[in-house]
Design a protein around this ligand. Structure first.
Ligand code: NAI
Length: 332
C-alpha cells in the first residue's frame, strides 16, 4: 500500500525544492502517492484564496504533508497561508533540529540543537488593532492549554530522542504576566520528567550564548515569535537557512517543511539548496515509520555534503539544485 501524502509545492523556490525532494524520495524506494495541492501567492492568484479548502481537506485526510515555502506580503495583503494552515489543522508543535553536517562549513562543529516552537498563539494570534490615531496594539496570547501541550511535546521529544536537557526561553522579566505564565505552565510539566534537566533562559542572553557557546544547549522550548527568530539563528550556526528542516506536528496531522522561505531573490534559477526540504522529508519518513529509508537518506545526504562539487552557492559551492539531487541519488 502506498503512503498517500499531500504535496504543497508553494511559491518562489518552493516548486524547485519540492520537485528535488520528490525525486530523492522516489530514489529511496518508499512507495508514495502524492496528492498535489496548492497554497500561497500562486494559489491566491489562481483561486482567490491563499489556502484553498481543498488543500486543508487533503492534509486532514492524508494526515501527512510535505510543504514548500509560501510567500506572504509584508505589512499588507493576505494573512500568511502558513499561519492559517497551522491554525486550521492545529499544528501546535514546530520541531526544528539544527545539526552540524560534515563538510558544511560553519563556525562550530558537532552542534546538535533542537528548537521546539509553539505554533498557534503568542504574537501570531493575528489580533492587532488600531486603538486610536497613531496607536496600534498587537496582542500576545498565552493560554494554559497551549503552553502545557507544547511543554509536553518538548519533554516527550526529549525523552523519545534521549535528550538530556530542556531550556524554556522567555522574557518574563519584562512580560511578567504572559511569559511568566508560560514559564509557570512549563515548570509544572517539567516535574513529570525528572530524568531531563530543566532550566530557563532569558531570550536576549540566550542569543548571546548561542553565538558564543551554543554547544551548552540541547532542546530549547519557546513561544511562537521567539521560536521563529531563534530557529533562523540556529540555522545560521549550522550552515544557513538552506540546510535546516522542520516538522509541524498536531494531534492527528503533521506537515513537514524547511525553515527557509520562498527566496524570491534566487527563484527560478535552479540554484536553491534543496537540503532543507529533503531533510524535512527524512523527518517525514521517520514519522510514517519508514525508519530504514530515513536512515539511508540521511547518511546519503551526509556523504554527499563531503563532496564540494555537490554544494550549492549558499554553502560556498556552485552546484545546481539538480546536481545535489543527482549526488544524493548516487549515494543512496
Ligand atoms: P527566505 O528564507 O526566503 O530567504 C532569506 C535568504 O536566504 C535569501 O537570501 C535567500 O536566497 C536565502 N535562502 C533561503 N532559502 C534558501 C535555499 N533553500 N537555498 C539557498 N538560499 C536560500 O526569507 P525571506 O526573504 O525573509 O522571505 C521570503 C518570503 O518567504 C516571504 O514572503 C516570507 O513570508 C516567506 N516565508 C515563508 C516561510 C514558509 O512558508 N514556511 C518561512 C519563512 C519565510
Amino acid at each position: 500500500m502506498p503512503h498517500c501524502i499531500t504535496l504543497i509545492p508553494g511559491d518562489g523556490i518552493g516548486p524547485e525544492v519540492a520537485d528535488a525532494t520528490k525525486r530523492v524520495l522516489a530514489g529511496t524506494g518508499v512507495n508514495i502517492e502524492w496528492d498535489v495541492q496548492h497554497s500561497g501567492l500562486q494559489a491566491l492568484e489562481e483561486s482567490g484564496d491563499a489556502l484553498p479548502d481543498a488543500t486543508v481537506e487533503s492534509v486532514r485526510a492524508n494526515g501527512v504533508a510535505l510543504k514548500g515555502p509560501t510567500t506572504t506580503p509584508v505589512g499588507k495583503g493576505h494573512v500568511s497561508a502558513n499561519v492559517r494552515l497551522r491554525r486550521a489543522l492545529d499544528l501546535y508543535a514546530s520541531i526544528r533540529p539544527a545539526k552540524s553536517m560534515p563538510g558544511v562549513v560553519s563556525r562550530y562543529e558537532d552542534l546538535d540543537l533542537v528548537v521546539v516552537r509553539e505554533n498557534t498563539e503568542g504574537l501570531y494570534s493575528g489580533q492587532e488593532v488600531q486603538v486610536t490615531d497613531g496607536v496600534v496594539v498587537s496582542i500576545k496570547v498565552v493560554t494554559e492549554a497551549a503552553s502545557r501541550r507544547i511543554a509536553t511535546a518538548a519533554f516527550e521529544y526529549a525523552r523519545k530522542n534521549g535528550r538530556k536537557r530542556v531550556t524554556a526561553v522567555h522574557k518574563a522579566n519584562i512580560m511578567k504576566m504572559g511569559d511568566g505564565f508560560f514559564l509557570e505552565c512549563v515548570g509544572d510539566i517539567a516535574k513529570g520528567y525528572p530524568e531531563i534537566q530543566y532550566d530557563t533562559a532569558i531570550i536576549d542572553a540566550l542569543c548571546m550564548q548561542l553565538v558564543r557557546n551554543p554547544n551548552v544547549f540541547d532542546v530549547m522550548l519557546m513561544e511562537n515569535l521567539y521560536g521563529d527568530i531563534i530557529s533562523d539563528l540556529c540555522a545560521g550556526l549550522v550552515g544557513g537557512l538552506g540546510v535546516v528542516p522542520g516538522a509541524n506536528i498536531g494531534a492527528d496531522v503533521a506537515v513537514f517543511e524547511a525553515v527557509h522561505g520562498s527566496a524570491p531573490d534566487i527563484a527560478g534559477q535552479g540554484v536553491a539548496n534543496p537540503l532543507g526540504l529533503i531533510k524535512s522529508a527524512v523527518l517525514m519518513l521517520e514519522h510514517i515509520g519508514e525508519l530504514s529509508a530515513a536512515e539511508r537518506l540521511y547518511s546519503a545526504i551526509e556523504q554527499t555534503m563531503l563532496d564540494p562539487k555537490a554544494r550549492t552557492a549558499d554553502l560556498g559551492g556552485n552546484a545546481t539544485t539538480n546536481d545535489v539531487v543527482d549526488a544524493i541519488l548516487e549515494a543512496c
